[in-house]
Design a protein around this ligand. Sequence first.
Ligand SMILES: Nc1ncnc2c1ncn2[C@@H]1O[C@H](COP(=O)(O)OP(=O)(O)O)[C@@H](O)[C@H]1O
Ligand SMILES: [Mg+2]
Length: 273
Amino acid sequence: MSASAETLENVSQAVDASTADRTPTPAGERYAVRASGVRRVFSGRAVLDGVDLALKKGDFVALLGPSGTGKTTLLRIIGGLDIADEGHVVVPRLRSIVFQEPRLVPSQRVWRNVALGARRPRAARRRALDALAEVGIDQHAMAWPRTLSGGEAQRVALARALVTEPDLLLLDEPFASLDALTRIKMHDLLAALCAKHQPAVVLVTHDVDEAILLADRVLVLSNGTIALDQHVDIEKPRRRDDPRFLELRATLLEQLGIARTVGGEGADVPSDH
Ligand SMILES: Nc1ncnc2c1ncn2[C@@H]1O[C@H](COP(=O)(O)OP(=O)(O)O)[C@@H](O)[C@H]1O
Ligand SMILES: [Mg+2]
């Protein structure tokens, strides 16, 4: 999967698509996401106020920030579901979004839910079954969504997101409603899927540990801008007891204005959800 100039789409308002960003990275690759000066105002309040963000193909970025700081708003703008009041956003045409709730169509069997995302209708069933096998849930292909557990339903949502082979995968707190054990399994699954397919990923999370475990870069959104953009220089798989992990966790919690939790399972930023 790659984001060539032809597959890039300008999702900003009032900017001609011909201005799509063709800035090469130092390695000669093109950016998978290029957002600059993004501003979004609700009821006279600027929720986002000058957000700059650049991702290369295969980059995995986690986005942290207290509840109400505009993480979902930024993700929706990058996904083309909302439009910035100011700024430029260029993203790949092939992109998928996974939300906290699986958002499956209850009247459609599992495989059909996944096939909804497929690009070529004739191959849709085969592709859906393959995607379900990849997320380890092909035995439920004929099931109805209501018969699935929360973790199973979220696997289906991941399969539906991946069936298009997206260049950009946007995840908005996808594991927030899952129990701790299921969450750990989903972390492993997501890491494996991303290593295989190499989409650019933006993962919104309120779980600092989740961010450090999975991401190449952790961003903190605060007061409408990216207040911290921290490279995670720890080889994978990462361990929570690695001193570098603990040090980065402390840095991030401090940046988030949260006292460090001692001996806790995770380090959660308070969330609305
Ligand atoms: N469509 C909208 N209309 C009005 N206010 C909104 C809308 N979407 C989000 N907001 C407000 O913008 C702020 C940021 O929301 P959101 O992006 O959902 O934050 P986060 O995901 O970081 O919790 C909140 O105060 C929220 O109420
Ligand atoms: Mg949100």
